[in-house]
Write a protein of this length. Structure first.
Length: 360
């Protein structure tokens, strides 16, 4: 019974992890006011966990740890650094603790994608869609929950409370056995387009998501309303599940083209219809992430870890870039996202195509 729980905990682990990593997003203006810091001062703290995920995703598969021990240690680390970061005295201390959160969280995503073929066999592609869907639901509810809890208890207590369920996750995944073989830890030579593609996905996602609370607060949104707005991430859940199913019918490249079209339409709607546009943008981006993760998982733990590393490198860059767009018209930011999606379209066939013998 507990072994079955551990198997499904791999799919659902991101629900709790990403709920914690993204929970501060609707609280950014409030956190900055609490530190008496300027708007955008929290940017490094939003970028730091992405950098931790970049570095850690390359290192964890090479530790030789049993899979369950690796995932459990990652969950515990996210909880510990999350609680400490909730009471950080300023943006720089917060950024350091958020780096620790990201390094800990990195134990999970790449290993999870690589474990799916072992745990689910022929259903691994569909399971990748479930995994990304769980990530998006967790991120959405973490953001929304942070807004509600912060309204009741304040931002620090809200972030600390959201870390507690990670203790249960660590217990659930601990029984998983198996280690990644040395051959699985190398990155396939033909994976470059896939890695660049993944980096663009999270950059576009977090670039927009980090800008929106400032724009929405100026429009009169309170903390709870800001948190509720991020339920738009549930659109990513639908996109991930749909793309995983569509891939089995049309193949990953055609499914990816459909998801990219949805993302482009969402970006075009953002200025006039922020909620609908953001939800549609996320549906497309997370659909593409499910397809990219499945493509990486087929190439083994090394490529899977490198894909996750590239993905979060894009997120880290978004955390550094978005403050420069805060004083500028929102239309310029949307044009920037549109150009990025156009570049992603050119990489789509090589990124998602099945690996060939020459890729090894």
């Amino acid at each position: 019974m507990r072994a079955a729980l551990a198997r499904w905990a791999v799919v659902g682990a991101g629900f709790f992890l990403f709920g914690n990593l993204y929970a501060p997003q609707p609280l950014l203006p409030a956190l900055e006011r609490g530190w008496n810091a300027a708007a955008g001062a929290a940017g490094p703290g939003m970028s730091a966990p992405m950098l931790g995920l970049v570095l850690g995703s390359l290192l964890w598969p090479r530790t030789g740890l049993r899979a369950g021990a690796m995932l459990a240690l990652g969950a515990l680390g996210v909880a510990l650094f999350g609680v400490l970061g909730a009471w950080a005295p300023g943006p720089y201390a917060w950024a350091v603790l958020r780096l620790g959160q990201g390094l800990s969280a990195a134990a999970v995503p790449g290993a999870s994608f690589a474990l799916l073929p072992r745990l689910f066999g022929s259903r691994a592609a569909a399971a990748a869609g479930w995994l990304v869907a769980a990530n998006t639901v967790g991120g959405a509810l973490g953001r929304a929950g942070a807004g509600v809890l912060a309204g009741w208890f304040g931002p620090a207590a809200a972030l600390a409370l959201l870390a507690l369920p990670l203790l249960g996750l660590a217990w659930a995944v601990l029984p998983l056995g198996g280690r990644f073989a040395r051959a699985e830890a190398r990155v396939h030579a033909g994976a470059g387009p896939l890695l660049a593609f993944g980096a663009g996905l999270l950059f576009a996602n977090l670039f927009v998501a980090n800008l929106l609370p400032y724009r929405l607060e100026a429009a009169g949104y309170g903390l709870a309303a800001l948190g509720a707005f991020y339920l738009a991430y549930l659109g990513g859940t639908a996109g991930a599940l749909f793309a995983g199913a569509l891939s089995g019918w049309l193949g990953p490249v055609r499914a990816g083209a459909a998801a990219l079209g949805a993302a482009g339409l969402g970006a075009a709607l953002l200025a006039a219809r922020p909620l609908a546009g953001f939800a549609l943008l996320l549906a497309g981006l997370f659909g593409l992430h499910a397809l990219g993760g499945a493509a990486a998982g087929r190439r083994g733990a090394g490529t899977s870890g490198a894909y996750v590393s590239a993905y979060y490198l894009g997120g880290a860059l978004a955390g550094l870039v978005y403050p420069f767009f805060l004083p500028r018209p929102f239309g310029g930011a949307l044009g920037f996202v549109g150009a990025l999606l156009a570049i992603s379209a050119t990489m789509l066939p090589r990124a998602l195509a099945a690996p060939t013998a020459g890729d090894g």
